[in-house]
Ligand binder design. Sequence first.
Ligand SMILES: Nc1ncnc2c1ncn2[C@@H]1O[C@H](COP(=O)(O)OP(=O)(O)OP(=O)(O)O)[C@@H](O)[C@H]1O
Length: 369
Amino acid sequence: MQPHPDDNAPTRGTLLAAAPTDPDAARPERGASAISTRGLVKSYPGPDGTAVEAVRGLDLDVRQGEAFAFLGPNGAGKSTTISLLCALARPTAGRATVAGADVLDQPDRVRRQVGMLSQHSALDMDLTAEQNLRIHARLYGLSRRHARRRAAETLEAVGLADRNHSPVRTLSGGMRRRLELARGLLHEPRILFLDEPTTGLDPHARTQVWQHLRALRDRQGITLFVTTHYLGEAENCDRLAIIDGGRLVAQGTPVALKAAIGDDRVVLRTGDDQAAREVVSKAAPPGTTTTLDGEGISLRLPDGSSWIPRLCGALMAHGIPVHAASATPPTLDDVFFHHTGRSIHGAHPLPGAGPVGPQSTTTTSGEGP
Ligand SMILES: Nc1ncnc2c1ncn2[C@@H]1O[C@H](COP(=O)(O)OP(=O)(O)OP(=O)(O)O)[C@@H](O)[C@H]1O
């Protein structure tokens, strides 16, 4: 890791510090500020002399010991933000403090406090798990003894102690990801940045990666700053932020962000959705918007499940068969849609991959007369 990488090419490799520990740094209190940005801006030179504003005036606050999810569509500015916060790229404007150090004035100190797990693997497939870690630790300044000790400790922390002598090519995808996590932990960072740490893994491997991440947070108070396309994972974080077009459009706990959306989403599939829409519009409270799409008729109502019998009754009274009816409390996808105008799944098609977290849906179905 070079201390001053090319500003216009954010480094996506795993970040390790030039020195294993920061003598200036006392262990921070859980709940103290881990990341704080004000008006953070990053512009890149674009085509024909224009500028690409990847990050536009970000005000972000993350507390020590939090698991913080950072969501956004492709090209929203997530990786650029991580590069700025890891002092791998210089902000065009604004300030950012990471683990108590200023990214502009104290970039080396920032780099000593953060670890990074990028989207791209840089493991040597022919070396063993332990050799990978020891070489990496030695490359970045740990003594031989310290490197051996940290390799053993971090392998233990990610549940790979029994695979220490296995060549990387013999490890599963999930194990390799955990090995990369171990590598990001070698220098005992306070804050771990993880850029899509579970993309491409099967649900079991994703769950395992998260078990180890949570253990790191719970036992060592490490702050986790995670980009993910899996809303079930974001759901399990303490707080999350949504970035779109370089701007922060929402920030809060999953519960608060969903509560801010308000009403449940009621969806009805009938034998004649066009006619049913008129009936439903009349039966619903005045001013309720109904939409008709491939899913059927949908509308937002408070306590949606209590409305289903009433709406179905009205439809059946008009001789319209009801094939299915569901009421769903606001989901993080609704939150994402509300703030970005698109579904995260549409933004990131993930064939065959579902979220790890629970989905809460009430469904009633039945045939009409
Ligand atoms: N080195 C660069 N030079 C010019 N433009 C860049 C550079 N890096 C990123 N960008 C642009 O900045 C914007 C934000 O990119 P960034 O990679 O931060 O988004 P992202 O949210 O991480 O996307 P993804 O989810 O696809 O990884 C995009 O328009 C991208 O094309």
